[in-house]
Design a protein around this ligand. Sequence first.
Ligand SMILES: O=C(O)CCC(=O)C(=O)O
Ligand SMILES: [Fe+2]
Length: 237
Amino acid sequence: MEWLLSGVNIANELRKKAVQSGWVTFDLDPCIPLDSFARQIGSLMYAGDGQVATARLQPREAESGKRNTLSGRFGLGEFPMHTDGATMPLPPRFVLLRSVSDDHSRRPTLLAHVGWSNAKFPLYDNLSSSMLLVGGPKRYFYAPIVSQPAGYRRAFIRFNPCCMKPIGNTASENTFAHATRLAEHAERTSVFWERGRALLIDNWQVLHGRGISEIVNAEGFRVLERCFIAWRDYELE
Ligand SMILES: O=C(O)CCC(=O)C(=O)O
Ligand SMILES: [Fe+2]
């Protein structure tokens, strides 16, 4: 109980660090439900068709029927750098991950800071002016890669090569190619997992991906939990 009370301050500190540096790693007791901790950082967003608060992410083989999800398309291979919730009208500001297992396969989560506090974020105009097709095949909409949402202080990045594609004009194709290069060549940091390790990512300024296992044939049992968090960025930033 005491831990949870002081957790409000911990949550504020973590949010501040994630905004300043793009992400923060910390330890979170696996007995504490991830969604109750996430609620102290911002508002929970329910994700996927099942509308779950806490998703379980586990490397598994690719499935041919699920080409527009990362796991369906890339399976045990590397996941390209992306924004989470790219098909949501406003992608989650924060993504909270926690490992509930040790990871003997040493398969890292990769992070690349490409957002506003990085002076090298090039061609901002191009990324915010050309439209891409997001989603599909049944539900889709058009959106740029960089958007400035009304009422928020910060622009956000929306990029996932799995569920976004150019709409067939040259500007859109150039934008997509540019963002793909940016995502592939950005400097990456690897976060390795052990039970109780947690990571809060500012999903509006940092892309993430899944690395490949450092250890051959050691798939092991790597299970991450994930919550999506919305947050009004003028509140305490
Ligand atoms: O497993 C990981 O390291 C990240 C997975 C991921 O980014 C995702 O499933 O969206
Ligand atoms: Fe992701």
